[in-house]
Ligand binder design. Structure first.
Ligand code: BGC
Length: 722
C-alpha cells in the first residue's frame, strides 16, 4: 500500500525548477509551485492563475502569476537565514498528494546553535480563493528571531512584467492590489496572520512586497507557531476583488487553520472517492498513477464555466498557459469517467470559443471553424509564427504549428462525440455543440483539395501530431480525424432537434457525405505499414540515436526546415499510432502490431504525449509487457527528473497534464481493458504481470460502477451512492 507522500530528503539547488513542478499544489483556480517560502522569482516561484492572461509589448501573451501570499523568511541574530544561500544541516520537503499539502522542514546550524523551521501549506480545494500556511519555529538556544512574511508582488514572468501598478499595504491586514498591463485586470491579495505567543509585530519595507515581521526570543526547544491566511481575487471574479480578498482573509483566519484544513481534506476525499485507483502488487505504479491523477485534480476548472486546461496546467507561464489538443485527446477521458461535470466544462470552453475559431479560419481563407493551436480566452491563438529560437543564430525560427496543425478542430469534434456517447448527455449539442461540429466539418470541407485527374480528396500542406515533419501532405491521422468529423456532422445535421431548421442543411449533408466517401485515407503498404504521410517511406531510415548523435547542440530543435529529424523517418511523437489508438477497428491486429513495431523504434518520444499512445496500442495488441515501461514513462513524467525543458532556446518546463491523462487512459482503457463497444460497458483486463489486483470506479451514462479485477477476471458492480 502507498502512503500518498513524496518525500525528498536533502537539498540540491539543481532541483529547484523540477521540484517546483513536482511539488505543485493547486485547486483549479491557482497553482502554487513547490518552491520554498523564502524563494523569489529567481527560483521560479509562481502562483499561476487559470484563465487570466496578459501581453506586454511584442512578448508572448501568457497567464498571470499572482502575488505570492506564502512569502516568508527567517532572520536569526540579525542574519538572514534562507535557502539556497544558507546551507542547511538537515532538510526535507514532502508533498502529501492525497490532499495537496506541502511541507518543508529545514534545520540550520548557526554560531549559537540549531534552529528549525517547519511549514505546512495548502491552497484550499474547498474555497479556491484561499491559501493557508502554518510555520513552526524552534531552536536549541535562545535565538533572537525575526520572521518576515507577507505577499510578494515581484513575481516571476517569462514575458512580463505584467503589473503596471502594484499597490502595497503592510499596515494591519496586508494587501497587494496589482493591475495588469493589457486589460487592466485587478489581481488582489490580502493576508491575515495569527500569532498566539508574546512577540513584537512590525511593519516592514521591501520593494513590491507587503511585508511585516514578528520578533521574539526563543525558549529552548519550544515551538513558536505562526499561521497565515491569504485570499486572492481578480476582477474577473467580482467587482471589488480587493474587498473580497480582505474579507475572505479575515474570515478564514477566524475559522482557523485546522478547520480550513479539515474542509480542504474533505473536498479532496470527495474527489478520490470516484477517482482513486488501487493496484495491489505494484506500489510504484499505484503511486505514479494516483500522483498523475492528483495533478489532474489540481488543475480542473471546477470553479468556472468557461475554462479549460492548459498544456502545462497551472505550473507557470510556459506554453503560454494555452489550451492545446492535449485536453480533448489525452485529458478528457479521465474527467468523463470520474467527474463528467468537469468534462462538460472543458467542452463548453470550446463551444464558447467558436467565434475565435471561425475568425481564424476566415483569416486563412477557409470556411467554418479552425481552432487555435494554442488557445487562450475567446479562442485567441497564442501560437506565434516563431515558436522556437535557433540555438546557433539565436534567431526566431518560422514554425508552422498554428497554420498547419489543422487536426486541432477534429479533436474537438471527437471529444464532443465521446462525451455524448459515454455520458449519454447530449445537452451540449443544443448549447452550441451542434453548430461547433458543423463549423468544424465546414472547415475541413473547405480545406479539401482534388486533382483534376483524380476523384479523391486530399488534405495537403499540413502538420500531423509529429511536429518534426512540417508541411506534409495527407497525414494519415489528420485525414482520418477529418473523415470522422464529416461523419459526426452528418449525424448532427440529420437530427433537426439540435440545429433547428436552416436553409442549407440538405446541401451540407450532401457535401459532407461526399467528403466522407472520398477523403483519402492512407492504407498499409505491402509490409503492412501505414505511411505517416505521402512520401514518408522515401525519407532516410536512421535510428533515433543516429539522429541524436548528429546534434551539435543538445538544445537544438529537431524539426523545421533544417532540423536533424526533418529529412529522416525519425518522428517526435506517436502519429499513426495515435490514429490506431483512436480507431482500433480500422485495421486488424496484425496491421496494428506491424505499425507499432515499425514506428516505435523510429519515435523519439520527444513529447510527453507519445508514450501513452504507444502503450495503449500495445495493450490492444496484447503486448502488455511492451506497454508497461511506456505506461511508467507517462505516469512518471512529473515524478522523475530529466523532463524535456527546452525547445531550441525556449524554456518549456512545467507539469505534463496530457501525460497524466494518458497514464489514466493506459491504466483504465489499456490494462483494465475498459471499453464501450456496442454501447455497453465492457471490461477486458490484461494487467501487467506485477499488478495482482486492480480496483477503481467509473461513471458511464450517469451510472457509477465499481470495477474489481483479480486474476485478469473483472467484476463490475453498480454503485448506488458514494
Ligand atoms: C507537442 C504537441 C502538444 C504540445 C503541448 C508539443 O511538444 O508536440 O503535440 O500539443 O507540446 O503539450
Amino acid at each position: 500500500m502507498i502512503d500518498w507522500k513524496l518525500k525528498d530528503i536533502s537539498f540540491n539547488s539543481d532541483n529547484i525548477a523540477w521540484h517546483g513542478n513536482k511539488h505543485l499544489v493547486g485547486n483549479g483556480y491557482m497553482g502554487v509551485r513547490g518552491t520554498l517560502e523564502e524563494y523569489t522569482k529567481e527560483q521560479l516561484v509562481a502562483v499561476n492563475l487559470a484563465g487570466i492572461y496578459d501581453k506586454v509589448g511584442d512578448g508572448w501573451r501568457e497567464p498571470v502569476n499572482a502575488p505570492n501570499g506564502f512569502y516568508g523568511y527567517l532572520i536569526v541574530d540579525d542574519e538572514v537565514v534562507k535557502l539556497p544561500e544558507s546551507s542547511a544541516e538537515e532538510h526535507y520537503v514532502e508533498l502529501d498528494y492525497r490532499y495537496g499539502i506541502f511541507t518543508r522542514c529545514t534545520t540550520w546550524r548557526l554560531m549559537r546553535g540549531n534552529i528549525t523551521l517547519k511549514s505546512t501549506r495548502f491552497v484550499s480545494m474547498d474555497d479556491v480563493h484561499v491559501g493557508a500556511i502554518k510555520t513552526e519555529i524552534s531552536a536549541d538556544f535562545h535565538a533572537d528571531v525575526k520572521y518576515v512574511f507577507g505577499i510578494d508582488a515581484d513575481v516571476w514572468d517569462i514575458n512580463g512584467p505584467h503589473f503596471d501598478i502594484i499597490k502595497v499595504n503592510s499596515n494591519g491586514l496586508m494587501t497587494v492590489d496589482a493591475v495588469t498591463h493589457e486589460k487592466n485586470h485587478n489581481v488582489s491579495v490580502a493576508q491575515k496572520v495569527t500569532v498566539e505567543f508574546p512577540c513584537e509585530v512590525k511593519r516592514e519595507e521591501e520593494i513590491n512586497k507587503a511585508v511585516a515581521s514578528v520578533s521574539f526570543i526563543t525558549d529552548l526547544n519550544k515551538k513558536y507557531v505562526i499561521e497565515r491566511y491569504f485570499a486572492l481575487y481578480t476582477s474577473l471574479d467580482c467587482e471589488n476583488p480587493l474587498e473580497a480578498a480582505k474579507e475572505a482573509a479575515v474570515t478564514k483566519a477566524i475559522e482557523g487553520y485546522d478547520t480550513l484544513l479539515e474542509k480542504h481534506k474533505n473536498a479532496w476525499e470527495n474527489l478520490w472517492r470516484r477517482s482513486e485507483i488501487i493496484i495491489e502488487g505494484d506500489d510504484k505504479s499505484m503511486e505514479a498513477l494516483n500522483y498523475s491523477l492528483y495533478h489532474l485534480h489540481c488543475i480542473a476548472p471546477r470553479h468556472a464555466d468557461n475554462l479549460s486546461i492548459a498544456a502545462r496546467g497551472l505550473s507557470g507561464q510556459t506554453y503560454k498557459g494555452a489550451v492545446f489538443w492535449d485536453t480533448e485527446m489525452f485529458i478528457l477521458d479521465f474527467f468523463i469517467m470520474t467527474e463528467p461535470e468537469v468534462a462538460k466544462k472543458l467542452i463548453k470552453y470550446r463551444i464558447d470559443t467558436l467565434e475565435g475559431a471561425k475568425e481564424k479560419a476566415k483569416g486563412y481563407g477557409y470556411d467554418g471553424a479552425f481552432y487555435a493551436w494554442e488557445s487562450q480566452e475567446n479562442g485567441f491563438d497564442a501560437c506565434s509564427d516563431y515558436n522556437v529560437t535557433d540555438v546557433f543564430t539565436k534567431r526566431p525560427m518560422r514554425t508552422y504549428f498554428k497554420d498547419k496543425q489543422i487536426h486541432i478542430s477534429s479533436a474537438i469534434v471527437y471529444a464532443m462525440d465521446k462525451y455524448i456517447s459515454l455520458t449519454g448527455d447530449d445537452s451540449i449539442l443544443k448549447e452550441g455543440g451542434a453548430e461547433t461540429i458543423v463549423e468544424c466539418a465546414k472547415f475541413y470541407y473547405s480545406a479539401l483539395i482534388k486533382k483534376v485527374c483524380d476523384d479523391r480528396y486530399e488534405l495537403r500542406d499540413v502538420i500531423g501530431p509529429d511536429e518534426y515533419h512540417e508541411r506534409i501532405d495527407n497525414n494519415g491521422y489528420t485525414n482520418r480525424m477529418a473523415k470522422n468529423t464529416f461523419r459526426i456532422a452528418i449525424e448532427v445535421l440529420e437530427n433537426e432537434e439540435y440545429l433547428g431548421a436552416f436553409a442549407d442543411r440538405e446541401e451540407l449533408i450532401g457535401k459532407f457525405s461526399d467528403a466522407f466517401d472520398k477523403i483519402f485515407i492512407q492504407q498499409p503498404d505491402s509490409e503492412g505499414v501505414i505511411p505517416q504521410f505521402d512520401g514518408y517511406k522515401e525519407l532516410e531510415d536512421v535510428t533515433v540515436d543516429e539522429v541524436r548523435s548528429r546534434l551539435i547542440d543538445p538544445k537544438e530543435y529537431w524539426g523545421g526546415a533544417y532540423g536533424v529529424a526533418s529529412h529522416t523517418k525519425v518522428i517526435k511523437q506517436a502519429d499513426v499510432i495515435t490514429w490506431l489508438a483512436m480507431y482500433p477497428q480500422d485495421f486488424d491486429l496484425e496491421v496494428m502490431k506491424q505499425n507499432w513495431n515499425y514506428y516505435e523504434k523510429r519515435t523519439e518520444h520527444g513529447s510527453s504525449l507519445s508514450a501513452c499512445m504507444y502503450a495503449l496500442v500495445a495493450c490492444m495488441c496484447n503486448m502488455t509487457e511492451e506497454a508497461f515501461p511506456l505506461f511508467t514513462k507517462s505516469a512518471t513524467a512529473d515524478l522523475a527528473p530529466g523532463g524535456k525543458e527546452w525547445a531550441g532556446l525556449v524554456y518549456i518546463g512545467g507539469t505534463h497534464p496530457a501525460s497524466a491523462g494518458g497514464a489514466y487512459m493506459v491504466a483504465v482503457e489499456g490494462f483494465a481493458g475498459v471499453n464501450f463497444k456496442n454501447g455497453k460497458l465492457n471490461v477486458e483486463p490484461k494487467l501487467p504481470e506485477s499488478w495482482k489486483k486492480m480496483s477503481f470506479h467509473i461513471t458511464y451514462k450517469n451510472v457509477l460502477y465499481r470495477v474489481e479485477i483479480s486474476d485478469n477476471e473483472a467484476l463490475v458492480t453498480e454503485v448506488d451512492d458514494m
